[in-house]
Ligand binder design. Structure first.
Ligand code: KE4
Length: 416
């Protein structure tokens, strides 16, 4: 039986301090109901709440913890950096080493700039694209999430030629109007926007594997089609690899699908669980960024040595053997879930179980999922000691610490 007394007291204090009692909306469990846990610690594939209830964790801090919680090599690297004095406001060897590691695995990234979140990385990449092309409009995809910068919090306008409307209170209509919304896996919807706005689009920004509508893989030819359309239009192609970077393959989705973007956004795994983001790409694009060029972007704690050390330690652990183990484990999990009749979608160690007759190909189809059925499933899994991301539209994040026993326990819990 789940104990909840201590958690309730912490939730009460948090409710007096934070909007909705949380520091990020999804954590409030509004999509699944029930009271969110207050997590005290994690180790390997497990987390414990303050009532000492143990859960098999598929949240994994929403993606960074591909090695699992408190991996000894990551903890040791962080400890060393902290004991050396954790922050200097100056270039340090760790950020140089991490950037070299990133470039060695993602050769499209000739230059990179570290920032402190995926949001910062996305907004900065758009600024570079607008400076490089002298154009204002950006195309994103319905259901694509790239952080909470104003210009990326928009909803599709009523028709192809119409401009977007704000997707959040506080986003000015004038800002939303600079963003156009296409349908994922639908190249015609992208071509139509380019036709309606010739020579006005600075960039297309896309999650090469959509993971914020649940996992929706790119249809065959979709990413190559975006590469072709952007080249024809003189626009840049931006891959948001905050989730897929170093997750779905050693070189991310751009390696897995063989499509080279002009700019890449990174986050999560490259910080080993600490606050991080990065944007990178062709040298002549990044050399537009201050102090090398006219695009201003700055950050007090960018390249923070402890963050860089955690990211470096994480990437160094991500060997071919670890990726093979992740593939074998997610295969086992997906096969087990499908035995129960579920619809699943997965790429690499990202997986979503959809309460829908078949896996969706875009956000409209994803929204047809039975979210009430998901919420009931979520609570049943939680009661069985398995913590899933609290939304039908999130990915399950497997780690290298999830062994066969943990996978089998998850399958048993799902079978009910
Ligand atoms: P942050 O600003 O949250 O570091 O990164 C924003 C971001 C950018 N791009 C993609 C593809 C992302 O998935 C994210 C953030 N991911 C969500 C989970 N789907 C973070 C969880 C949360 O918002 O609490």
């Amino acid at each position: 039986m789940i104990k909840t007394g201590v958690s309730a007291a912490w939730r009460e204090r948090a409710a007096q301090l934070f909007p909705g009692g949380v520091n990020s909306p999804v954590r409030a469990y509004r999509a699944v109901g029930g009271e969110p846990p207050i997590i005290a610690r994690g180790h390997g594939p497990f987390v414990w709440d303050v009532d000492d209830n143990r859960y098999i964790d598929f949240v994994g801090a929403f993606g960074p913890l591909i090695l699992g919680h408190a991996h000894p090599a990551v903890v040791e690297a962080m400890r060393t950096a902290v004991e050396a004095g954790g922050s200097f406001g100056a270039t340090s060897p760790t950020e140089v080493r991490l950037a070299e590691l990133i470039r060695s695995r993602m050769p499209s990234i000739e230059r990179v700039r570290f920032v402190n979140s995926g949001t910062e990385a996305a907004m900065s990449a758009l600024r570079v694209a607008r400076a490089a092309t002298g154009r204002d409009l950006v195309i994103k995809f319905d259901g694509g999430y790239h952080g909470h910068a104003d210009s990326l919090l928009v909803d599709a306008g009523s028709g192809v030629a119409t401009l977007s409307i704000p997707g959040s209170a506080g986003v000015p209509a004038s800002v939303a109007a600079q963003t156009l919304v296409a349908n994922y896996n639908d190249l015609d919807s992208v071509a139509a926007l380019f036709d309606a706005h010739p020579r006005e689009v600075a960039a297309v920004i896309v999650e090469p594997v959509a993971a914020n509508m649940g996992v929706v893989p790119p249809a065959p030819g979709f990413l190559a089609g975006l590469r072709r359309l952007t080249e024809l239009a003189g626009s840049l192609l931006i891959f948001d690899e905050v989730i897929t970077g170093f997750r779905v393959a050693p070189g991310g989705a751009q390696e897995l699908f063989g499509v080279r973007p002009d700019l890449t956004i990174l986050g999560k795994i490259i910080g080993g669980g600490l606050p991080v983001g990065a944007y990178g790409g062709r040298a002549e694009l990044l050399d537009l960024v201050a102090p090398a060029g006219p695009v201003y972007q700055a950050g007090t704690l960018s390249g923070h040595p402890v963050v860089m050390a955690a990211g470096e330690a994480t990437l160094l652990q991500l060997t071919d053997d670890v990726y093979s183990r992740l593939e074998a484990r997610i295969d086992r999990l997906e096969e087990g879930l499908r035995r129960g009749g579920a619809s699943t979608a997965r790429v690499g160690s990202l997986l979503t179980l959809f309460f829908r007759d078949s896996a969706p190909r875009n956000f409209r189809e994803a929204k047809e999922s039975d979210t009430n059925a998901f919420a009931k499933f979520f609570q049943r899994m939680r009661d069985a000691g398995v913590l899933l991301p609290p939304s039908q539209f999130e990915a399950w994040f497997l780690s290298a610490a999830h062994d066969d026993a943990v996978i089998d326990a998850t399958i048993d819990a799902a079978a009910g």
